[in-house]
Write a protein that binds this ligand. Structure first.
Ligand code: SF4
Length: 547
């Protein structure tokens, strides 16, 4: 028997956006009640946050840069409240890498200047926000993945969470528990990039109409433990060039936290080469003399991957509708030039809450009232910051040099660049077939030898990701037609899922009955990066939250 739970406001995803939103809403209600007449007080407003991870922070990895602008607004005395701010940034450098050399860019552009920012463990930071939220009486439910939006007519009325205790063949196990229907007056979707619920809302309410398609990148990250405290603590390095080709968008980052280094590579998910493997390029990055010299004696501690929304201002979907709002990465709020989104997620959660306060006062959760959020967002520093870089990623669709030129031009034209808007195409449409890209059919992917110390294969990396799934559960990667995988995709693209997935979830293995290859899935390796749902050239993969 499925249970129903009713709350006033439901936040989906315990990331920085939803937790900031929930805390801010509670504060706004408290402030309102202090001055409101007794009949106008908002009494016992129930606020809940659901999170698919087993605990808050389980889906975030150490080593991110926080611009504290939103934190200062949310919790002005954050230092007294022991905010886990990690390491202040002390130095920024940018390098252009060739195979064996590096060239330091003499000037760091303002967008990559991190003075005043912090290298944080995002996992610790969201745990801290979670504790503050709970102390304010907000109910947080970890281990509950929202799997389905619930509607009444043209209004979102809640979220159904996933069933637990279903076996791989869809048989109910003794531990079976049906999911819960959580009904709310308003649902705030902050489930991160390319969330499955936001996908449902986008289709239901045509939220992408009139917008440019969202384009994404995949960010792969490793955290390394250093043998002794580094003297370069607080150093931030960004690189362009090797191991990526000029036709690919992306670059590397390295954040030195003293005892640990976070190293990552971002690769635009609009690459053309069907044989490109972002994980393999990440391994190549570590063989570069500059990077290798910084990791001497270090040991791999963690690995992770996540997609990043890169489309920017013109790709932000309509983020308000009857009964709901979208915030943070889920709404595409990332400044791809600064490679930052935490502060934008936090502020968007806070602006959502300002709208929700009005909705609670009027008891009107229709788009008429919730639509105020879009206006607040556009007129806030979030809107202004994103408007200043509105054509950044699109400039790189023409290659590295035009991209860098356009980025420079943007800085003096207030974001215009050489054309405004520059426009873009969905990333999966930009991958070319093997014949088209290489001019012949018989090319094989280059591959890379890994040494198990500095470079790793995907299976070893997954071991360091801490990924844990119940093995006996239905496959959470829904493939509409595997005949396409076995025939057209093998022929045209050489099954790129094997390469763009950073966790070896997709493998082509010899067919059990007959010649050729068949797809084998290893879903328990999944890192929830959503890359397969984004980059599959036929758009036949749907990622849904596993148990
Ligand atoms: Fe990412 Fe998809 Fe691979 Fe999971 S299966 S790790 S979501 S690409």
């Amino acid at each position: 028997m499925r249970e129903t739970l009713e709350v006033d406001i439901l936040f989906v995803g315990a990331g920085p956006g939803c937790l900031s939103g929930a805390i801010h809403l509670k504060k706004l209600i408290e402030a309102h009640n202090q001055t409101a007449a007794p009949s106008e007080k908002l009494e016992a407003v129930s606020i809940a946050v659901i999170e698919k991870g087993r605990e808050i922070g389980a889906h975030t990895l150490s080593g991110a840069i926080l611009d504290p602008i939103a934190l200062k607004e949310l919790i002005p005395d954050y230092q007294k409240m022991n905010a886990p701010l990690g390491t202040p940034v002390t130095k920024d450098s940018i390098y252009y890498l060739t195979v064996k050399n590096q060239f330091r860019v003499p000037l760091v552009p303002p967008s990559l200047n991190n003075q005043g920012n912090y290298i944080i463990s995002l996992s610790r930071f969201v745990k801290w926000l979670g504790e503050l939220a709970e102390a304010k009486g907000i109910d947080i439910f970890p281990g509950f993945a929202g799997t389905e939006l619930l509607f009444e007519g043209d209004r979102l009325i809640g979220v159904r969470t996933g069933d637990k205790g279903i076996g791989r063949e869809n048989k109910l196990k003794s531990s079976h528990e049906p999911g819960v229907d959580i009904l709310a007056k308003a649902v705030i979707l902050g489930e991160g990039v390319h969330g499955s619920l936001v996908k449902q809302a986008r289709h239901r309410f045509n939220l992408d109409d009139g917008k440019f398609p969202q384009v994404f990148a995949i960010g792969l990250k490793e955290v390394w433990e250093l043998p002794t405290e580094s003297t370069a603590k607080g150093q931030v390095i960004h690189t362009l060039g090797y191991p990526l080709r000029h036709e690919d968008f992306g670059g590397a980052f390295l954040y030195n936290m003293g005892q640990r280094i976070a190293l990552g590579l971002v690769v635009g998910l609009n690459y053309k080469n069907p044989y490109l493997d972002p994980h393999e390029e990440f391994q190549r990055l570590k063989t570069h003399p500059l990077i290798a010299s910084l990791l001497v004696g270090a040991k791999l501690a963690h690995y992770g991957a996540k997609a990043l929304p890169e489309g920017g201002y013109y790709s932000i979907p309509k983020s308000c509708f009857n009964g709901g709002l979208i915030i943070g990465d889920a709404a595409g709020l990332v400044n791809s030039m600064r490679l930052k989104g935490i502060h934008l997620a936090m502020k968007s959660g806070m602006l959502a809450s300002e709208t929700l306060l009005q909705a609670l006062l009027k008891q009107d959760f229709s788009e008429r009232t919730l639509g105020q959020y879009a206006l607040l967002l556009r007129n806030s520093w979030v809107g202004r910051e994103l408007y200043q870089v509105r054509n950044f990623h699109q400039g790189f669709e023409h290659g590295l040099l035009p991209g860098v030129f356009n980025a420079g031009l943007q800085m003096i034209t207030g974001g215009r660049g050489w054309k405004d808007p520059l426009g873009s195409r969905a990333g999966h449409e930009q991958m070319r077939s093997i014949v088209d890209y290489y001019g012949q059919k018989t090319v094989s992917p280059a591959g890379i030898e890994v040494d198990g110390e500095m470079t790793f294969n995907k299976t070893t990396n997954v071991y360091f990701s801490g990924t844990k799934h119940e093995e006996d559960q239905p496959v959470h990667l829904l493939i509409r037609d595997t005949a396409i995988c076995h025939e057209r995709c093998t022929e045209e693209f050489g099954n790129p899922c094997q390469r763009f997935c950073p966790a070896n979830v997709y493998e082509m293995v010899p067919r059990e009955n007959g010649p050729g290859l068949q797809l084998q899935l290893n879903p328990s390796n999944c890192l929830h990066c959503k890359t397969c749902d984004i980059m599959d050239p036929y758009q036949i993969i749907t990622w849904v939250p596993p148990e």
